[in-house]
Design a binder for this molecule. Structure first.
Ligand SMILES: [Zn+2]
Length: 321
């Protein structure tokens, strides 16, 4: 009995011991499971965060890389010529560029003109439209015979002869025939909106057979053996939208003219260039035998008056060097 009792108490002791162990084990397992669940979550969150940080970092690095590409291409002659387009399309990049100095040495020309307060106050709308690559090309440093040249830029004014949208539609259509390919660098709509088309560092096909007669004599260059020489290689082509009364009319000598907003925006655009007044010309003036008369009814006095209110010759102190 005693033994039995003893045994019984030993038995019940063992039973409660194993029960306790069991409960403890169970609790341990539950805690372990919970811990595992928690740890998995933490690891997952950590991995997600790490991926995110990596992605942001890589994105930043790529942007930085693009920036250097943009600044190297922008560092060529055409940047100093008409930086408008670059300025407007990559304003944010340029801001960043100030923080990260480019390793590329920028060839600087001496600025002759600076923009005025009136210029800063005038803010035209602008937009950008892509042109099919068949309708423009690279700017060359040598002609078809390999003879190098270094023409100073000129600005050639045009008119669209139809609506802006029909002109853009034509430029966006691929053209295989070299004699048909055409484009401008920019169009100014009747409302004064500046629409950037071909980037300034590229050669827009704004004129066929053409020459510029300036202070340096006759300037023209042949870059395509199949086409006559032209001013395209050193020209920036800007076109004004023709007033609706003249749309599609080919043999008229004048029309109702351009809007005040068009003169303002044209002056605003050109005020940012270092192209001197005597190198601003028209399609009519540079054309050789194609019967081009554009831009019709253009008021040069009004244009130069506005241009001079938007840019001025640098003072002697600044112009030194
Ligand atoms: Zn023209």
């Amino acid at each position: 009995m005693n033994i039995d009792n003893h045994n019984r108490s030993q038995d019940s002791g063992r039973r409660s011991e194993s029960l306790l162990l069991y409960v403890l084990l169970e609790k341990f397992i539950i805690y372990y499971m919970r811990f595992r669940e928690w740890a998995t979550r933490v690891i997952l969150i950590f991995l997600m965060l790490a991926t995110l940080i990596l992605a942001i970092f890589m994105g930043g690095a790529r942007k930085l890389h693009n920036q250097t590409i943009a600044s190297t291409s922008a560092a060529t002659t055409w940047n100093q010529y008409l930086p408008t387009q670059l300025k407007s399309s990559v304003t944010t990049q340029q801001k960043k560029r100030n923080l990260v100095p480019s390793p590329v040495k920028i060839h600087k020309i001496n600025p002759i003109y600076t923009t005025t307060i009136a210029f800063a106050k005038y803010r035209p709308n602008f937009a950008q439209a892509k042109v099919d690559p068949s309708n423009y090309g690279d700017r060359y440093t040598a002609d078809v015979n390999g003879v190098p040249f270094n023409h100073q830029p000129i600005i050639v004014l045009h008119e669209t002869t139809n609506s802006t949208s029909s002109a853009i539609n034509f430029f966006q259509t691929p053209h295989d025939d070299e004699s048909v390919q055409a484009s401008y660098h920019a169009i100014i709509t009747l409302e004064g909106q500046v629409i950037y088309l071909v980037p300034p560092e590229k050669r827009a096909f704004g004129a066929g057979n053409s020459v510029f007669k300036g202070a340096n004599g006759v300037e023209t260059v042949q870059t395509n053996p199949n086409l006559p020489p032209s001013v395209n290689n050193f020209a920036y082509h800007v076109s004004l939208e023709t007033p609706p009364d003249a749309w599609g009319k080919s043999d008229i000598k004048e029309h109702s003219g351009y809007t005040e907003a068009q003169y303002n925006s044209l002056a605003w655009l050109i005020a940012q260039s270092q192209v001197s007044d005597d190198r601003i010309t028209t399609h009519e003036a540079v054309d050789v035998g194609n019967g081009k008369v554009d831009p019709l009814s253009f008021d040069f006095d009004k244009f130069f008056h506005k241009l001079h209110s938007f840019r001025q010759l640098e003072t002697i102190n600044n112009a030194k060097m």
